[in-house]
Design a protein around this ligand. Structure first.
Ligand code: SF4
Ligand code: SF4
Ligand code: SF4
Length: 313
């Protein structure tokens, strides 16, 4: 579909309506990741969940134009074309990575991707209505996304990743600083079981009815806590950012896990997700910055973009 200004506005309009009217009859599902079962696919060069995700999304990954225009006045743009094979952090060509840690002489492996929040801050902040949520998955529409990365800024884990040289901005405002498209895991919303879940040889990930998953996660976490005999946190994703559709349980507390993650990635956190236990939702907590952005109407933002383009012509 050619994407001129009229088409863009039409898609943006549909997207902003459809995110409000999500299919409420659809069963809510969630993923449980049991870190006691994941061995990081020790016998494989690339963890099988990561390989499966790359295969599943091969047609989704960005295909930028060959001469990506510089922004103006700031020139820098993000281009991950030479990092297509990267597997150890998130980028527009890698929607899941496995964090490999050693804590108290025990190996722990943590598959990381979008948490699919119950109240997604990314969705609420997007001025173009490019992000939608069905009952489980939070998805970015690449035809509508402008790449402004507000979603990444407000995501507690900075999950969405930007690639320049692709998307609607090229037709409408090619020199717009921050132009591009944001990419992330969409929970394989078009198939019944996520590819990463099906690929896992250890059944470390399961995907099922959300209430059942939550009960199982709470039960497992309680068992891990009793074994550890301390006050640590052994479940992750149930409360963080107001609740999510991704539940982790671990025999090692998430406080210790976060300590190890922050040490390991002290020098470069790009594409790396933390596991801090206290994660407030900036929307429900009425964060001032979020509030001010939410108050600016979509039409105003679009008008600004189109005005800038007009002035440049
Ligand atoms: S979740 Fe499963 S597939 Fe992924 S690294 Fe762990 S064991 Fe391997
Ligand atoms: S983890 Fe971040 S990108 Fe994913 S749904 Fe939550 S706020 Fe959005
Ligand atoms: S749910 Fe799908 S898109 Fe998300 S990490 Fe797994 S395979 Fe990749």
């Amino acid at each position: 579909m050619s994407l001129d200004r009229r088409n863009f506005l039409k898609i943006a309009g549909i997207a902003s309506v459809s995110k409000v009217f999500a299919n409420t009859n659809q069963e809510k599902k969630a993923k449980l990741i049991d870190l006691s079962l994941c061995d990081g696919c020790a016998d494989f060069k690339t963890p099988l969940c990561v390989s499966a995700c790359k295969t599943k999304n091969k047609d989704v990954f960005p295909k930028p134009i060959s001469n990506i225009p510089n922004y103006y006045p700031q020139k820098f743009y993000e281009d991950y074309q030479d990092k297509k094979d990267e597997i150890n952090r998130l980028n527009p060509y890698n929607f899941i990575y496995v964090e490999k840690l050693n804590i108290d002489n025990k190996n722990i492996n943590i598959p990381r991707h979008c948490m699919h929040c119950d109240e997604p801050t990314c969705l609420k902040i997007c001025p173009f209505g490019a992000i939608s949520k069905d009952n489980s998955a939070v998805k970015i529409n690449p035809n509508v996304c402008f790449g402004g990365a507000k979603c990444k800024d407000v995501c507690p884990w900075h999950i969405p990743q930007r690639q320049a040289g692709v998307g609607a901005y090229l037709k409408i405002a090619p020199k717009l600083a921050g132009g591009g498209v944001m990419y992330k895991c969409d929970l394989c919303a078009d198939i019944s079981t996520p590819a990463c879940v099906s690929a896992c040889p250890k059944n470390a990930m399961i995907y099922a009815n959300k209430e059942e998953i939550k009960l199982l996660a709470l039960k497992k976490a309680q068992e891990y806590k009793e074994l550890a005999k301390d006050n640590g946190t052994y479940i992750y994703g149930d409360k963080q950012n107001g609740g999510t559709a991704t539940f982790y349980v671990s025999p090692i507390s998430f406080e210790k896990i976060q300590e190890a993650i922050s040490k390991k990635h002290a020098n470069n956190t790009q594409g790396i997700a933390h596991m801090k236990v206290d994660v407030n939702n900036k929307i429900t907590s009425n964060d001032k910055i979020i509030k001010s952005v939410l108050l600016s109407p979509i039409a105003g933002v679009l008008a600004g973009v189109l005005l800038r383009k007009k002035n440049e012509n």
